[in-house]
Design a protein around this ligand. Sequence first.
Ligand code: NDP
Length: 452
Amino acid sequence: MSFDYDLFVIGGGSGGVRAARVAAGETGAEVALAEEDRYGGTCVIRGCVPKKLMVFASEYADMVQDAQAYGWDVKPGAFDWDVFRGKLYAELDRLEGIYRNILKNNGVETFDQRARLVDAHTIELADGTRKTTKHVLIATGGRPVVPQFPGSELAITSNEIFHLDKLPGRILIVGGGYIASEFAGIMNGMGVQTTQFYRGAQILRGFDEEARGLICEEMRQNGIDVRLGTNVLEMTKDGDQIRVKATDGTEDRFDTVMFATGRTPNADDLGLDTIGVERGRKGEIIVDEYSQTAVPSIFAIGDVTDRVNLTPVAIREGMAFVETVFNGNPTPVDHDLIPTAIFTQPEFGTVGLSEEEAAAQEPVEVYATSFKPMQKAFAGGTQRVLMKLIVSQATRKVLGCHIVAPGAGEMIQLAGIAVKMGATKEDFDRTVAVHPVMAEELVTMRQPVRTA
Ligand code: NDP
């Protein structure tokens, strides 16, 4: 049977675009891709990229003061959201153009509309056109979810935070995950009076406890009103503001309330249920280690499969899919020991097991040091950083590395190589320190602070 295409990709985000480009450009496959929104997906348009630019923008507040302390004659001024937002939009337009060009230059046919599956080999576009394809790759990502409660429709999510007409005077951010904690720092740095509610005992659940504790403490030092064990009960409109009743009995008014309470896979209305693609409890598409669904011609990658919801992971899954299906080389994706950075202020870089996870698994030694970094201390800052290694007593392997410090994301990329290679504590120690930098502590910690 002949098909219109060898591969039809649904979704033009990081994972889908990479798979389409590599399949078409490097294996000569006939490839099409449908995207109903902007090319680049969550990461480029409403996630990692604009978020990181906002982190950069927000960090200048402190830098001016530090510069003064170092002898510079500079004066702090106000942050101009309009100026920044204009440049941000232009940058996102530029990046979207690059994504479109990548597809075009590799011969991928694109359809700027929604697509759904009619059967295992047939796609129907929103305008009613039908296309046949040998393989389908679903890379439709995810979207933020807001729990339902009285007034929940007044909340915005991370999708809208990049499009504010003006910066709020006061913002409430709800949630304790990556997105909530990152935006609390961003808004605070931009001069917005920021409150964060988290329903649990400590933000960033699942990560190393000592690191979470330090991040929360520093966020508070920076002026964020982090309220733990607190959730929203009800919200009502009050003039231009939103009145928020909280579970701790308080009632307060905010200009903006952003919920960052998790994301859900975009797998509805794709026609999946009628053709036998299985979905999990959260609605995610269930796939095997080769990203293949229960229907052999249909594969899925990225956040829609809710495995590890990170851009570089979706890209890897896309590459492994092409290798498996178009190069005849079955390639599972290795989801173990993925280094990651959380762009809180202070930044957090982490790879491997937390102290708690490692100790539950086997006897470990914990090496940790927390200190005031030179650059900030000289300027009179009281901020502290954390360098921490979790070491297996039996094998001496470094099971986890956790860094809370400016630039921790950059550091963990490199430490991640060593940990992924199975480096032991003694391998770290054999490496000569780079002096004077914060990360030298990773190779100079002699005595464990405790065993667990
Ligand atoms: P997360 O799942 O990380 O966090 C959701 C947060 O909301 C948790 O603190 C959770 O609390 C809380 N929550 C959930 N439901 C409710 C509720 N009904 N009421 C109050 N609070 C609630 O989601 P995010 O939205 O922060 O991020 C989604 C994913 O995006 C991340 O897991 C990550 O994979 C990815 N991401 C990665 C980034 C990076 O690499 N730097 C940046 C941003 C996102 P509890 O802990 O109690 O469940």
